[in-house]
Design a protein around this ligand. Structure first.
Ligand code: PAF
Length: 281
């Protein structure tokens, strides 16, 4: 497995794959890998000749520096996991490589980035699209893989790729869960034991929403049912609940007649967890 830290090294290695006529699948990550990332790696391996993983904790998508500093990192373990999974190349740039001194270019999906989760974390999706655009320009993959758990992120990236005519196909991977239903996240390790137990309220709320959908509820009735499940858990603070049309993420008013994405952000102390589900009536 080749480890590249500079753009020149990465381009040279990818150039070798291209010379051999091989396709490249990419999994962008911020490291501290878990089963969710590894399922994307497995998907990439099944869809492309060569698999490239990037590890870069992107400062521009964090609201405050405390959250950035607290972000868990374990380079040695990450590399062991990727080697064992048969990844061909890992791109691990530093901040100055991704954001060269004097840098001033941003990429933003102006509507999608600033609704829903984007209102809870202003500037977050602009940071994501800016870094993913730069990573795509360096690696130039044929396909790139993102988890469906970050549902709005997936839609934001699909929009950016379509709008900027980027020659990369975006593929979503289904959410991997702990045995008890909690969506895998690098943040889970920071939860205290009582918060870890309380965090199951996210999947309980989504299960309830799925059951209610069979009764063709209005958007408001569905929202009230989800809010009441979250409110039943005193350790949980609901930070965001969006119910929107599954692809355009436009708000739905009145009865739910087509596929709807439910996106939840719930805080346990200073740790924000997200989960989502697409439900059909
Ligand atoms: O989903 C993530 O881990 C990050 O938002 C991404 C896509 C790697 C961009 O930094």
């Amino acid at each position: 497995m080749k480890i590249c830290r500079t753009v020149a090294e990465c381009r040279a290695a990818i150039g070798e794959f291209r010379k051999a006529g091989e396709t490249v699948g990419m999994v962008p990550t911020m490291g501290f890998l878990h089963a969710g990332h590894m399922s994307l790696v497995a998907l990439a391996k099944s869809r492309a000749d060569r698999t490239v993983v990037s590890i870069f904790v992107n400062p521009t998508q964090f609201g405050d520096s405390a959250d950035l500093d607290a972000y868990p990192r374990d380079e040695t373990r990450d590399l062991e996991m990727l080697r064992a999974a048969g990844v061909d190349l890992v791109f691990m740039p530093d901040v100055d490589t991704m954001y060269p001194p004097g840098d001033e270019t941003i990429v933003e999906t102006t509507r999608l980035a600033n609704i829903m989760h984007g209102q809870v974390r202003p500037g977050h999706f602009r940071g994501v699209t800016t870094v993913v655009c730069r990573l795509f320009n360096i690696v130039q993959p044929d396909t790139a893989f993102f988890g469906e758990k970050d549902y709005q992120q997936l839609q934001v990236i699909k929009r950016m790729v379509a709008d900027l005519h980027m020659p990369v196909k975006i593929i979503g991977g289904t959410t991997v869960r702990e045995p008890d239903g909690l969506a895998m996240s690098s943040r889970n390790v920071r939860l205290s034991a009582p918060d870890r137990a309380a965090a199951l309220v996210l999947s309980r709320a989504l299960n309830k929403a799925e059951t209610i959908m069979t009764q063709h509820p209005t958007q408001r009735a569905l929202r009230e049912a989800i809010v009441s499940v979250i409110a039943s858990e005193p350790r949980a603070a609901l930070k965001g609940l969006d119910i929107a049309a599954a692809e355009s993420l436009t708000e739905i008013d009145g009865p739910l007649t087509g596929p709807a994405a439910i996106m939840l952000s719930v805080a346990f102390g200073d740790i924000l967890l997200i989960d989502q589900r697409v439900v059909t009536p």
